[in-house]
Design a protein around this ligand. Structure first.
Ligand SMILES: O=C(O)[C@@H](CO)OP(=O)(O)O
Ligand SMILES: [Mg+2]
Length: 426
């Protein structure tokens, strides 16, 4: 009995926002069966691989999740049955060719990624290896520093906060579990603080609280207070990371910024750069994702030149985990870090390639969830396998996010003394 693929199946399931998404099953001739589920974003970059998602017009017209499911079972499955599951790169390439488009618009990035992840998991299971070991080899022993999202705004919440994500980063701890505990305690401290001020403690899509605050500064102030209340030193034990998701408040995606709640109205790119610089000086911010919009390459270059030596400038919407844009960014010194999302590019192999480019350039990379998630914990193993050093996977209040943290705790436990954990400055 070999590890050749015997069957591939798929079905429509729900994601954490209650929207349909894809789950794929891959069965091998040796009896191994593995599944993978595909997440989905809300604040998506324009150049992301195209997923076949449902909205009122696509559900029944051949462009929704049901079509993605059919594409797996009717188009992809017959082609990959018989391939050894370890031939990840060949299987991924075959699916890219089958799709035939630039951006996976024909079969759907969600169809292709579901198969790609399920194939990796089946291969690992069939070899009796944990996924992180199969994908990362015997050197895979570094647990990522979690960026725990504790306050939500922007497109992920209906409150009066412009920036999308405010995260707590445990930089001063010796182990993943201790770091995770500290940011979870900060999350609880923040809840108490918000409560005591009569502010709402309902959560946004990624589980961070979504109170109505007057400005981004107010959000950062209350987080600093929460870190202290939890008994930690801001900037030494726990630092802050932000994802402005600036494309979501830049109408032209490149030169104007409409901060509704802070900063006093519409800003030029230069004014936005100045504001980011000021906040990065006033607050212990170690990582800033999408401080400018995806078309504002000049603004990105400027902010990287000005604060890139002390803060990680992470490109999400601007790079979309695509080597074409990452290479341009490296050549132009646009950032110093890339947010890595498997479903932005659509296969495991291409995601690994994107990470390889980052490493070659001395850039960091942050493995990330999407705002619409499932209970699938693939990215937890993937972050250890890729030795990425950082993971962004929401708060401690939603089980779709907690599943990833718990999987990382399991991996740490399994690695025992071999486990490594440290924050690497940019
Ligand atoms: O902008 C982001 O980084 C992500 C994940 O936090 O959000 P979304 O999945 O909505 O694109
Ligand atoms: Mg982002």
């Amino acid at each position: 009995m070999t590890s050749r693929i015997a069957a591939v199946d798929a079905l429509e399931i729900l994601d954490s926002r209650g929207n349909p998404t894809v789950r794929v099953f891959v069965e091998l001739e040796n009896g191994t069966c593995a599944a993978a589920s595909v997440p989905s974003g809300a604040s998506t970059g324009e150049n992301e691989a195209i997923e076949l998602r449902d909205n009122n017009s696509t559900r029944y017209n051949g462009k929704g999740v049901r079509t993605a499911v059919d594409n797996v079972t009717k188009i992809i499955a017959p082609e990959i049955v018989g391939y050894p599951a370890e031939n990840q790169a060949a299987i991924d390439r075959l699916m890219i060719e089958l799709d035939g488009s630039e951006n996976k618009a024909n079969l759907g990035a969600n169809a292709i990624l579901g198969v790609s992840m399920a194939v990796a998991r089946a291969a690992a299971d069939s070899l009796g290896m944990p996924l992180y070991r199969y994908l990362g080899g015997c050197g895979a022993c570094r647990l990522p520093v979690p960026m725990m999202n504790i306050l939500n705004g922007g497109a992920h919440a209906d409150n009066s906060v412009d920036f999308q994500e405010f995260m707590a980063v445990p930089i001063g701890f010796d182990s993943f579990s201790e770091g995770l505990r500290a940011v979870a305690e900060t999350f609880h401290a923040l809840k108490k603080l918000l409560n005591s001020r009569g502010l709402a403690t309902g959560v946004g899509d990624e589980g961070g609280f979504a109170p109505n605050l007057g400005s981004n500064e107010e959000a950062m102030e209350v987080i600093l207070e929460a870190i202290k209340k939890a008994g930690y030193q801001p900037g030494t034990d726990i630092a802050m990371a932000l994802d402005s998701a600036a494309s979501s408040f830049s109408p032209d995606l490149k030169s104007s910024y409409d901060l509704k709640w802070s900063g006093g109205g519409t800003l030029t790119s230069d004014a936005m750069v100045e504001l980011v610089k000021k906040w990065a000086t006033d607050y212990p911010i170690v990582s800033w994702e999408d401080p400018l919009a995806e078309g504002d390459w000049d603004g990105f270059n400027k902010i990287t030149a000005q604060i890139g030596d002390r803060a990680q400038i992470v490109g999400d919407d601007i790079f979309v985990t695509n080597t074409r844009y990452i290479e341009r960014g490296i050549a132009w010194k646009t950032a110093n870090s890339v947010l890595i999302k498997l479903n932005q590019i659509g296969t495991v192999t291409e995601t690994i390639e994107a990470i390889r480019r980052c490493r070659d350039a001395g850039w960091s990379y942050v493995i990330s969830h999407r705002s619409g998630e499932t209970e699938d914990t693939f990215i937890a193993d993937f972050s250890v396998a890729m030795d990425g050093g950082q993971i962004k996977t929401g708060s401690a209040s939603r089980s779709d996010r907690v599943a990833k943290y718990n999987r990382l705790l399991e991996i740490e436990h399994e690695l025992g003394q071999e486990a490594r954990y440290y924050w690497r400055k940019p």
